[in-house]
Design a protein around this ligand. Structure first.
Ligand code: IYR
Length: 228
């Protein structure tokens, strides 16, 4: 450690009371986030989109390689092209590739192969993972824990979108390779997620879903503790 360029780091600390309040408030705020499929076409400021992406890019990553690229598409022609190609794949998926159990699981969401929102939404954020980097001599260097890292960054992205008062959908047309072609991405990148972002349409409806409660998602291993 001694000769490495380390810098000191300060982070605020809080009393138990303050932490209770802050953690509760943040949970309540994040618990209001919903995936939305109905968007207003009202534009979003470019700087807002940039802030959202740069928040995503603060995520931790394997060996700090930051193995991600966020392509922000606001160009109408490109959005249309992406919609057309996504719908082509989705139509085959819904009609031929997805087994009945999957289709049944999706019934509560009311989804089908039509993806009009890809064209009407003000921005599409296409997340690419960077599987390797090429150095100046043309040597390839694999990145580490790429899917985990890009998944974390995408989580930060969704939180930043929510914080800005915007809504999004984590959309997964499959296969997604058309995104690499349309956006002309380099060989080391592969598409990870397609995220339409905008204000919700005034008539937005979302399925009446239930989030799992603590007893279903949280397991304590601290039976000795007496402070609970
Ligand atoms: N990619 C399709 C199907 C789909 C799959 C899952 I898993 C979802 O949670 C929702 C949709 C689509 O976007 O319609």
């Amino acid at each position: 450690m001694k000769d490495l360029p380390f810098i000191s780091y300060q982070h605020p600390t809080y009393t138990h009371q303050e932490m209770l309040q802050r953690s509760r408030q943040f949970y309540e705020w994040m618990n209001k986030r919903r995936s939305v499929r109905m968007f207003s076409s009202e534009p979003v400021l470019q700087e807002v989109l940039e802030n959202i992406v740069m928040t995503a890019s603060t995520a931790p990553s394997g060996a700090n390689k930051q193995p991600w690229t966020f392509c922000v598409v606001t160009d109408q022609k490109l959005k249309r092209q992406i919609r057309i190609e996504a719908e082509k794949e989705e139509k085959i998926s819904y009609e031929q590739r997805m087994p009945q159990e999957w289709l049944d699981d999706l019934k509560p969401f009311g989804t089908d192969w039509h993806k009009e929102f890809l064209e009407t939404v003000p921005a599409l954020i296409v997340v690419f993972k960077r599987n390797y980097e090429t150095d100046a001599d043309g040597h390839k260097h694999n990145n580490y824990y790429v899917s985990e890292s890009v998944g974390l960054a995408t989580g930060f992205l969704l939180a930043a979108i929510h914080q800005a008062g915007l809504v999004a959908l984590t959309h997964t047309p499959s296969p997604m390779n058309f995104l690499k072609q349309i956006l002309d991405r380099p060989a080391n990148e592969s598409p990870f997620l397609l995220i339409p972002v905008g204000k919700p349409h005034p008539d937005t409806k979302v399925p009446d879903l239930r989030r799992k409660h603590a007893g279903e998602v949280l397991v304590w291993y601290d039976l000795d503790r007496t402070d609970k």
